[in-house]
Design a protein around this ligand. Structure first.
Ligand code: HDE
Length: 729
């Protein structure tokens, strides 16, 4: 198909090839016959062509050969990093014109609705690994703008492990499964990762993020996104400002517990993928606001850190995040391979008005992304795959290559030319032509790390100090877990030395769990990533005491907690349940936007007290509390007696309690709660205040219960409960 025509629907098939909705499958057309790839209708797709009824298969069978050959070639190399991911289509709408700082048209005109494709991912695991690995999450957005594609290829953490792209292969080799035995899958808790990290103090800040709850998102829909590097905006007058990009989820930023994450990995490794898919299918479209921190060029050197250093963030207290537009994901892909797997993002895909800085991590990425697509997507024409095509026409003299789709016409494929009347021609800046920002560069060619990059600990410390007590405990637990899996004791000790430079109390707590002392002097040289001829002293980490001790925006505890929208609530019930009370609570929760699923000892339905049937979504065999945000035990004496005696129901509650979730019970089902480990510690009063601090609601009035339960669920988690750690679930 020619690319000369604008294509308003990225990733979709051309209209004339579209099928119509019919039957169970989303798109099956009437009178559609099976054909070969060459269009010949197939009469028998069940049997190979053989010499007689019990005879050998014949080479002549072009139908069999074509089918098997295509199958043999169905796989392409998975992404070398970010292999496991999930994508969705959507739109971006601008709130206010940003023309004063950028000439990018999609950031100037509030009337424009820009189509987008977003792919979320984990980093280390392979394609078939679990969604709930402790890992960074990719957050890659392709804007199909009217000036060409702009890809914002970011992560859910605002900093990175390394400062220079040349260390990326080392970092990834260290974190991927170890090369001799390919163990462990999708995990950083092993020797090679911590060996590398313990020798690279520049990773300290990012390690704090990766060990925090940010690495265990409750949902892709509940994570922030960051462009990480400092970019440039350039306006129509050619004036440039630095810019940091943010995505702020409207559902807030939320995480699961580590014990829960590990269990989800077994119960539903597709947890995030399914969550994204189901939210979009049910019309609960995920939304983020695009935020920008704008820094005038004149302020480049006003910070205690270097804006070109990707291991540093710009605290929101110093430069507020301006929310300038909204991203809404509103359409699931039709085909995972064609769209999500073949999507090719590239940090170098920018449009006029957006430009790069000299961040050495960013600069290296500019090379990597096209290079990787050449091998992964098999040649130079991957931009012609529907998901990667811009919505504007493409005209240039690039020609041929594997899998070329465009049929270029005419004789001229060079510039300048007269035979093609000079077309395609260059665009002036006023006509929308891209011109690089003419940054002045007057320098020697060197390999060296700027001294302004050498403070590796002050922001790591600021991050730790910005966390709430439960969040800090989780970081201690995560480090104790990860280093506990490390076999080489020298690596553990070296890491404790690094942690002591971030925050002595953190190192002390991890050391207590590992039962080894914090070394009095960290192993030197601290930084072992230095050039062969360098003096280690020149690469010493020089801590610049940060004037900002903590930043509220860094703690997830400060995220909005005012809604239960899209949260999944398990209703436990058995035959004899009080159907009316159940329906009252269900309707109230659903009216507040939650998704309610009834879970019972057996599938299909339960019979209520009044003999009505209540549909059941899952049985205890197929469901698990880790897949839900909160639990309600429905009333009715007979139902309660059954649940009390059902070990799976009691376990369900114990586990929900252990993972600090809101739990509610009809007063007539008290005996079920009493059968749990936490049954003896139920709060005496049921005031609104206790509900908000304890997250336990017991009430005989269904309407009142629903009201209190909604407030409790909105809190997400009651992390204080973890303190005593007495629930064996
Ligand atoms: Fe990437 N990265 N990266 N990266 N990255 C890739 O490109 C690379 C970095 C990020 O959903 C690869 O198409 C280098 C930072 C995301 O398809 C590859 C360096 C950030 C995705 C690559 C970095 C990212 C990738 C692998 C160090 C956050 C998934 C497959 C200089 C700002 C995009 C591919 C998707 C994917 C290289 C560091 C984000 C090999 C060399 C920092 C979200 O090109």
């Amino acid at each position: 198909m020619s690319k000369d025509e604008p294509q308003p629907n990225p990733g979709q098939q051309p209209e004339n090839e579209k099928t119509t909705a019919l039957g169970r499958d989303k798109e099956v057309s009437a009178n559609q016959f099976l054909t070969t790839n060459h269009g010949v209708k197939i009469n028998d797709d069940q049997n190979s062509l053989t010499a007689g009824e019990r005879g050998a298969s014949l080479l002549e069978d072009f139908i069999l050969r074509e089918k098997i050959t295509h199958f043999d070639h169905e796989r392409i190399p998975e992404r070398v990093v970010h292999a496991r991911g999930s994508g969705a289509h959507g739109v971006f709408k601008l709130y206010e014109s940003m023309a004063s700082v950028t000439r990018a048209q999609f950031l100037n005109d509030t009337e424009i609705e820009t189509p987008v494709f977003v792919r979320f991912s984990t980093v280390a695991g392979s394609r078939g690994s679990t969604d709930l690995a402790r890992d960074v999450r990719g957050f890659a957005v392709k804007f199909y703008t009217q000036e060409g594609n702009f890809d914002l290829v970011g992560n859910n953490m605002p900093v990175f492990f390394i400062q220079d792209a040349i260390k990326f292969p080392d970092l990834i080799h260290a974190v991927k499964p170890e090369p001799d035995n390919e163990i462990p899958q999708a995990a950083s808790a092993h020797d090679t990762f911590w060996d590398f990290i313990s020798l690279m103090p520049e990773s300290a800040h990012m390690v704090m993020w990766a060990m925090s709850d940010r690495a265990l998102p409750r949902s892709y829909r509940m994570m922030e996104g960051f462009g990480v590097h400092t970019f440039r905006f350039v306006n129509a007058e050619g004036v440039s400002n630095f810019v940091k990009f943010h995505w702020k989820p409207l559902l807030g930023v939320h995480a699961v517990a580590w014990d829960e994450a590990q269990k989800i990995s077994g119960k539903d490794p597709d947890f995030h993928r399914r969550d994204l898919w189901e939210a979009i299918e049910s019309g609960n479209f995920p939304e983020w606001e695009l935020g920008v921190q704008i820094i005038p060029e004149a302020d480049e050197f006003k910070f205690e850190f270097d804006l070109l250093d990707s291991t540093k963030l710009v605290p929101e207290e110093l430069v507020p995040v301006q929310r300038i537009g909204k991203l809404t994901l509103n359409r699931n892909p039709d085909n995972f391979f064609a769209e999500t797997e073949q999507a090719a993002f590239h940090i170098g895909h920018v449009v006029p008005g957006i430009d790069f800085t000299n961040d050495p991590l960013l600069q290296g990425r500019l090379f990597s992304y096209t290079d990787t697509q050449l091998i992964r997507l098999g040649g130079p024409n991957f931009h012609e795959i529907p998901i990667n095509r811009p919505i504007v026409p493409v005209h240039n003299n690039q020609r041929d290559g594997f899998m070329r789709q465009t049929i270029n016409k005419g004789r001229s494929s060079y510039n300048p030319n007269t035979i093609g009347a000079g077309y395609p021609m260059q665009a002036k800046i006023a006509e929308g032509g891209f011109a690089s920002y003419p940054e002045r560069i007057d320098a020697r060619k060197i390999r060296a790390r700027s001294k302004s990059f050498l403070d590796h600990f002050s922001q790591a410390k600021m991050f730790f100090n910005s966390q709430s007590v439960p969040e800090q405990t989780h970081i201690v637990d995560a480090l104790s877990f990860e280093l506990g899996k490390v076999q080489d004791l020298d690596i553990r000790k070296r890491m404790l030395g690094i942690l002591s430079l971030i925050e002595p109390s953190l190192a002390a707590q991890v050391a207590f769990n590992l039962r080894i002392p914090v070394p009095s002097d960290p192993a030197l040289p601290l930084n072992q990533s230095i050039p062969a001829d360098a003096d280690p002293a020149d690469y010493d980490s020089t801590m610049v005491e940060s004037s900002l001790k903590s930043s509220g925006a860094l703690s997830m505890a400060n995220t909005p907690k005012d809604s239960i929208k899209t949260r999944k609530i398990a209703f436990l019930a058995a035959d004899g349940v009080d159907g009316n009370a159940l329906k009252t609570v269900k309707s109230a929760l659903e009216a507040a936007g939650a998704v309610v699923e009834v879970i019972a000892p057996r599938q299909s339905f339960v019979i209520a007290e009044d003999d009505s049937e209540i549909p059941v979504k899952q049985s205890f065999l197929t469901a698990a509390s880790v897949l839900y945000d909160a639990v309600y035990v429905a009333g009715g004496a007979v139902s309660a007696a059954t649940l009390e005696a059902d070990a799976d129901a009691v376990h369900f509650l114990n586990e929900a309690f252990r993972h600090c979730k809101a739990i509610a019970a009809d007063a007539s089902a008290m005996q079920v709660l009493e059968a749990t480990y936490f049954g003896k510690k139920l709060p005496a009063d049921q005031s609104d205040e206790s509900v908000l601090t304890e997250g336990l609601v017991i009430n005989s009035d269904a309407s009142q219960l629903a009201e209190q339960f909604i407030k409790a669920i909105a809190q997400h988690r009651f992390w204080e409960r973890e303190r005593p750690r007495r629930i064996p679930a």
